[in-house]
Design a binder for this molecule. Structure first.
Ligand SMILES: [Zn+2]
Length: 251
C-alpha cells in the first residue's frame, strides 16, 4: 500500500487487457490479468507502507489513506488481491462489514456518523473508504450526494432494501457505491465522465466536512512522521472496537 485509491493508474491497475476508457458501458469487460507485485494495496507487497496500517484481520485490513480527509478517515481493504466488493467472497464481505460496523461505533462515540464509499473505477484493489461526519451535518448527506451527481450529470441510483451490488454489477464492471448513515445506498455504473474524486468532493463540501482543499488527496499528503503519528492515534482509539482479538492474532 503505497498510495491512495485516488491515484491515477500509472501501471494500469485495471489489468493490461482492460478496454480503453469510455468503453465501460458496452459489451463484456476483458478478463483481468494482473501482476500483484505492482499493487500498492496487496498486503503481501514488500513495498506496502506498513506505518499506515491500523488493524489486520483474516481477509481484510484497515489502514489510513494517503491524504486523509480527516484524521479519522480510514479505508478497509482485502489482504489478497481482490478487485471489488462485487466480486469479493462471502467471508471477505462479512469481515469488511464487521470493520465498517466497528468504525461506525468509534465514530458514534465521537458524535459522528459514518459514510462508506467504494470507487471501483481506475483502481483495481478493493478498498472501502470510511469517513466519519459530525452528526449535526449528517442530514445534508443524501441531498449532497444527489445534487453533486446531478451537477456532474452522473446517474446515481438509490438501491432497494434487498438489492446488493454483487447481484447487480457484472464481474469486472466499474462502479461507484456509497452507504449513508440513514441506510441510503447509492450506486453508479455508468462511469463515462465520472469525476475521479467524486466521493471526496461531496464529503469535503462546506456543509459537510468543509475542507475543499482536500478533494484531491495529493494536495493533503502528510509528512511520513505525521502519518505514523495519526495512524498510531487511530490505532489506540480503535483498539476497544477492533474486530481482531489480539490474544488470537497468532494463528
Ligand atoms: Zn492488490
Amino acid at each position: 500500500m503505497q498510495a491512495d485509491p485516488d491515484e491515477e493508474d500509472p501501471i494500469d491497475r485495471g489489468g493490461r487487457n482492460r478496454k480503453r476508457r469510455g468503453d465501460f458501458d458496452e459489451g463484456k469487460p476483458a478478463k483481468i490479468e494482473f501482476n500483484t507485485d505492482n499493487c500498492w494495496f496487496c498486503l503481501s507487497n514488500a513495498n506496502a507502507e506498513k506505518h499506515l496500517i491500523v488493524s489486520v484481520g483474516k481477509k481484510a485490513y484497515a489502514a489510513m489513506p494517503k491524504g486523509p480527509l480527516t484524521e479519522d478517515h480510514v479505508m478497509v481493504l482485502s489482504i489478497q488481491h481482490v478487485q471489488s466488493m462485487a466480486v469479493a467472497d462471502a467471508d471477505l464481505r462479512a469481515e469488511i462489514a464487521a470493520y465498517r460496523d466497528a468504525f461506525a461505533l468509534m465514530a458514534d462515540a465521537a458524535d459522528k456518523t459514518l459514510v462508506a464509499f467504494e470507487r471501483n473505477f481506475k483502481c483495481s484493489h478493493l478498498q472501502l473508504q470510511l469517513i466519519p461526519v459530525p452528526k449535526t451535518n449528517s442530514r445534508a448527506l443524501r441531498m449532497a450526494f444527489l445534487v453533486a451527481a446531478q451537477d456532474h450529470k452522473i446517474e446515481l441510483g438509490v438501491l432497494e432494501k434487498d438489492q446488493q451490488i454483487w447481484d447487480i454489477v457484472e464481474e469486472g464492471h466499474p462502479y461507484f457505491y456509497a452507504e449513508l448513515p440513514d441506510g441510503t445506498r447509492l450506486l453508479c455504473t455508468k462511469m463515462r465522465n465520472f469525476p475521479i474524486h467524486f466521493g471526496r468532493e461531496v464529503l469535503a463540501s462546506p456543509e459537510l466536512l468543509d475542507c475543499l482543499d482536500k478533494v484531491d488527496w495529493k494536495n493533503c499528503v502528510l509528512e511520513h512522521a505525521k502519518e505514523a503519528e495519526v495512524t498510531n492515534d487511530l490505532k489506540a482509539r480503535f483498539k476497544q472496537y477492533d474486530i481482531v482479538d489480539e490474544s488470537d492474532s497468532e494463528d
